[in-house]
Design a protein around this ligand. Structure first.
Ligand SMILES: [Zn+2]
Length: 357
């Protein structure tokens, strides 16, 4: 049994626990539980953290904030919070479980066990950070590292047409989305000089795309209708999409879109894994045998581009899934029919989590 499997078992128990305990908790705690149960781990983590900050004695809230962070792909945050539970709520039963889990997921267990910076919730100043103000050479915490890295990864393309400008709220949403990825994944993007370019519409990153029809889209669609893309170098995300009345609507794919495009980047920068025998052979075995499934998953079929899309989408699933209803459905369906190819993707991502500097 690998640790992922054992975590899955524990998380099932956690979900059962919430069904019983939520009636007793605060409404914020209940909200967090509901998000957790619906596998919206990123939002659940934020809510649980809020509870843990306002109720420092609530070991349970912090413990599940760590779990939700882990499942949202924010391993560094999860480790930080599990340490908080282990050290600051040491008399709670959750402290014991936290240490057990940390032994499995924290490769620097012994070091962090003695490090006073690993005793506070993410975003809160720890004792050591306060001390660090007088010591210029003190190392930065993983949380600070991540924020700096995200600021470096995100680039803005100024408006070059009559579309509206990108709003600060949209940029904040993208940054918040990136914050849900683990440090090794973000460092992997940085290592390959891959930026997340935010612009009013994807074609503004390169007007040569204008008028071209994107593969796998509906008849008459143009590149303007594409919410985000990976151009083999950078990830480009547009805030506005054309609406049917000749105006613009917001790109609401958000975090799910970022998860998919980062999947493309990982595929490419790892040597086009989606076009290698391992993945392609697995995909042949996973070919949907029912016509209605094939119709729903057409975007991911046909080899070549279809395999690259499937690879990216399975990465998106592993990172926590899609965030809009239509794509959540196809993403989940694809994963459920990828008995052979999903493990190939899982292996790639797990290796990346442990090997990246
Ligand atoms: Zn794609």
């Amino acid at each position: 049994m690998n640790y992922r499997t054992s975590l899955s078992l524990i998380i099932s128990a956690a979900i059962a626990f919430f069904c019983a305990a939520s009636a007793l908790g605060s409404s914020l705690f209940e909200d967090a539980g509901a998000m957790f149960r619906s596998k919206n781990f990123g939002s659940a983590a934020v809510k649980y953290l809020e509870v843990a900050r306002t109720e420092p004695a609530n070991a349970e809230a912090a413990y599940y904030a760590a779990y939700a962070s882990y499942y949202a792909g924010r391993k560094a945050d999860a480790i930080q919070i599990f340490w908080y539970v282990a050290k600051k709520c040491s008399s709670s039963k959750h402290a014991v479980s936290s240490r057990e889990l940390l032994k499995k997921i924290d490769s620097d267990y012994a070091k962090h066990s003695l490090d006073p910076r690993f005793a506070s919730l993410p975003g809160a100043p720890s004792a050591a950070v306060t001390v660090a103000a007088t010591h210029v050479t003190a190392p930065t915490s993983p949380i600070e590292d991540k924020k700096k890295l995200i600021d470096e990864l995100v680039q803005l393309t100024p408006r070059r047409s009559n579309r509206p400008d990108v709003t600060p709220a949209f940029v904040a949403e993208i940054k918040d989305g990136l914050n849900q990825f683990s440090l090794p994944i973000l460092r992997f993007l940085k290592k390959h000089n891959c930026h997340i370019i935010v612009c009013p519409c994807v074609i503004e990153a390169d007007f040569r795309m204008q008028g071209y029809s994107p593969g796998g889209y509906w008849e008459g669609a143009t590149m303007e209708d594409v919410p985000a893309l990976f151009d083999f170098k950078n990830i480009v995300i547009g805030q506005y999409l054309p609406d049917t009345a000749g105006g613009y609507r917001q790109n609401d794919g958000g975090l799910g879109t970022i998860r998919h495009e980062i999947g493309h980047a990982i595929d490419r920068f790892s040597g086009n894994l989606s076009q290698k025998d391992d993945f392609k052979h697995a995909r042949v075995w996973d070919y949907p045998y029912r016509a209605e499934q094939r119709a729903k998953l057409a975007y991911f079929l046909g080899g070549g581009r279809g395999d690259a899309e499937a690879f990216a989408e399975l990465c998106a699933f592993k990172f926590g899934g899609r965030t809009d209803k239509r794509r959540t459905e196809t993403c989940n369906l694809l994963q459920s029919l990828s008995a052979r190819s999903y493990p190939v993707v899982e292996k790639v991502l797990e290796k990346l989590e442990t090997e990246s500097p």
